[in-house]
Design a protein around this ligand. Structure first.
Ligand SMILES: CC(C)(COP(=O)(O)OP(=O)(O)OC[C@H]1O[C@@H](n2cnc3c(N)ncnc32)[C@H](O)[C@@H]1OP(=O)(O)O)[C@@H](O)C(=O)NCCC(=O)NCCS
Length: 437
């Protein structure tokens, strides 16, 4: 019998391979990581920061934001101050602001010390242009701030210099006033402005359903619904993350993750495994499929090369793709193309017929439903263009069309004349599949 120790090195190499699979799509993408203040006192926090160092070493551009609710509450208790609000969402009176400034600046200092100990260069940034939140529902919010703008230039320059910007849940207006901000709002505003690939809320708990089971994925609509239901007993901290997460996705951040930071390796496991360990909020599926642009052509060609080599796809030149670029669609994940499909249409005896071509999903993303999604999208596109029928020519994926998408193998006579001629000349002997739309 093998001892468990003898399995360990093998296990580590597998882990490394697993991680490296994700590296090309994450490289030089901005990840905004929002740390719950409560975690900063736990032993797991050092490991969490080490995981942040791993991300940075993989050329991921990290921005750190932290919350301060736990520290503010604790300090208020010590000083006997009653807080007007502890999370930067409600009204912040003068006494609460004083407590918040003290707690937050101490936390920033400790965080910089911890990051310095890990040899990570950091810069505490004031890149947020902030105004007083004003009067909301008839209540003067006093020292609560609202983020007006993010100074993308200065923040971007810090990130590009491999320095981690640290943003506090405090803002400064043009008159020299300090205002209290909500850290979830800071995280998403920065992510939207920097066009981040991800926001990761590292929280003190995870999002679960009624049975206490982790919810692995939520659409924007689902996340908003849970937030709006505001069931009693639900963790307000998590509800705020769901609300802000949905907002970020709506504004173009492809993925928002909420992970339970008290679990060892939660951050890396969420990012570098298919199943994840937290909850991912994603923008609606179709938003991931978009029209191809000329600038996508090199990526499309290199992505398809493997299937061309395997004779599953017909080789195409850059010019051929460029000429028909309006027919091409790209499936994007975290801002990177991971699949494609093209819809060409023909007119035969007054009837419009579409052909699905260049259907492709990157090897690392296969078997997750993307292929079927791309075909369904192509069918919808063909329908919108007034096509009555759609066909596909396939050498190796005919079963996929038949079994997963309801296509039927048919005769070459069902192809439009010009396409039939090309098919006969190619010698590929592809099978013809059709579906009425
Ligand atoms: C065909 C292709 C687009 C499918 O993409 P995908 O994202 O992996 O597909 P999905 O996740 O939507 O569907 C996966 C299911 O289809 C099945 N499937 C995938 N490719 C298949 C094939 N070539 N033949 C039979 N079944 C196939 C899988 O076994 C899986 O079945 P399961 O759900 O029962 O486990 C992808 O494999 C690919 O890019 N292939 C190379 C290029 C190619 O052949 N393109 C078609 C040219 S017309």
């Amino acid at each position: 019998m093998q001892s468990s120790d003898s399995n360990k090195p093998q296990q580590r190499f597998e882990d490394l391979r697993g991680i490296l699979r994700y590296v090309p799509q994450f490289r030089q993408r901005v990840f905004v990581i929002a740390l719950d203040g409560a975690l900063m006192r736990q032993s797991v926090f050092t490991h969490l920061l080490q995981d942040v160092a791993v991300l940075q070493s993989l050329n991921i551009e990290v921005v750190l934001v932290f919350g301060a609710r736990a520290q503010i509450r604790e300090l208020a208790e010590q000083r006997g101050v009653t807080l007007s609000s502890d999370d930067g969402m409600g009204r912040t009176d003068k006494a609460t602001l004083e407590i918040a400034i003290e707690a937050i600046t101490r936390q920033a200092s400790e965080l910089v010390a911890d990051l310095t100990a890990l040899e990570m260069p950091v810069a505490v940034s004031n890149a947020l242009a902030v105004h007083p939140a004003g009067v909301i529902d008839g209540v003067d919010q006093e020292c609560t701030g609202r983020i007006e703008r993010v100074d993308v230039e200065s923040l971007g320059a810090i990130v590009k210099a491999d320095i981690i910007p640290v943003l506090m849940p405090l803002g400064y207006d043009g008159r020299g006033n300090t205002l209290r901000l909500n850290s979830d709002a800071v995280a998403i505003e920065v992510a939207i402005a920097l066009r981040a690939a991800k926001v990761i809320f590292v929280s003190e708990a995870g999002v679960t359903n009624e049975e206490g089971k982790r919810i692995a994925q939520l659409s924007v609509a689902d996340a908003r619904e849970i937030y709006l239901r505001k069931e009693p007993g639900k963790d307000v901290n998590l509800l705020s993350k769901l609300r802000h997460g949905a907002l970020a996705c709506q504004e173009g951040v492809p993925r928002v993750h909420i992970v339970d930071g008290t679990q060892e390796e939660a951050l890396l496991s969420e990012l570098f495994s298919n199943e994840g360990v937290g909850t991912m909020i994603h923008a609606d599926d179709y938003q991931q499929i978009r029209e191809a642009r000329i600038s996508d052509v090199p990526a499309l060609l290199s992505m398809m090369q493997q299937s061309v080599d395997d004779a599953a796809l017909v080789p195409r030149t850059r010019e051929q793709v460029q000429q028909k670029i309006r027919d091409f669609f790209v499936l994007e994940m975290d801002g990177n193309p991971i699949g494609s499909v093209a819809v060409h249409d023909y007119v035969e005896n007054g009837t419009k017929i579409a052909e699905i071509a260049c259907l492709f999903v990157k090897r690392s993303h296969k078997n997750k439903g993307h292929g079927q999604k791309l075909v369904t999208y192509a069918e919808d596109t063909a329908r919108k263009r007034g096509c009555a029928r759609i066909c596909a020519l396939s050498t190796q994926a005919f079963r996929f069309f038949e079994e997963k998408l309801g296509y039927q193998e048919s005769d070459v006579s069902n192809l439009p004349k010009s396409r039939r001629e090309k098919h006969d000349q190619s010698g590929r002997n592809s099978k013809v599949l059709t579906k009425n739309l």
